[in-house]
Design a protein around this ligand. Sequence first.
Ligand code: ZN
Length: 313
Amino acid sequence: MRRLLTVAALTAATALPATASAFCRTWSCDPRKEACPADPDNPACYQGGDPKRHKRLFWPQKCIGFSLNQAASSQLGTDPFGKFQKVADTAFLQWQEVDCGEGKKPTIAFADLGAAECDLHQYNSSQANANLLVFKSKTWPYQGAENQLALTTLTFNVDSGEIYDADIEINGTQKITAGDVEVVNDLASILTHEAGHFLGLGHSPDGEATMYREYVPKSTSMRDLADDDRKGVCSIYPPDRVNLPECNPIPRHGLGTKCELPLTDDKGSCAVAATCGDQGGDETCAMGPLPRSSAPWFALALGGLALLRRRRS
Ligand SMILES: [Zn+2]
């Protein structure tokens, strides 16, 4: 039986070897429900999994469409949606334009499908969907994770690791800035990082990488991918990937820009809900239902970007 598991991107902080420098994949493993051993190919990937039971997550197709919540955030000043869209387009484009060697690009490409009314992260297994980017401006719904800047939720097939849906929530209760003037928490850095989670990358132990788990306020360095990030995307989506379906950026079961209800599951799936986040370097994970608790899936948080409070010495 095919089952679905929704993974909300989270982050777990453990002491990491300072010298390790290799990207990490996201696995279909919930560290609160089961043992998630280190990736056998990269012991620094502390959110790894057991290849016999778990899968590495990936998009099976080349073309992926994303949608942007039409409200964007009033924090962004004039034309907030326009700024949101420009920053998001640039963030995703960076990943697809990587040179994997000899000028060849990864076999992944994004399409901006425009504005969406929906402001919830969700996946419909029988109705239209959107891979949504949305600011949560009133409250950040993840208790104990107020320090998180964003969270990416992946819904995937647990038998294959194929990603079906990805949603990026941005913590609009934090000061978020777009542009180069008076940068506080840089939207471009945040979205470039979350786009990495969207693709199936976890947190890298490489402090130079965009996929490093902590953001230094006022910094813009995560806007630009590092070698480690490039290796990551080229590893998951190598240029020579074959038998790809015809390029179609429309989400699974069609594009839905409104929050479609009810959420039903066509395969009797079950899943696990969890929200995890960095709290100044301490690991904080909590199990709990998603806000939409009638959903038959649960979420495993796998990669929010946290504000840096204090580096461990
Ligand atoms: Zn992250």
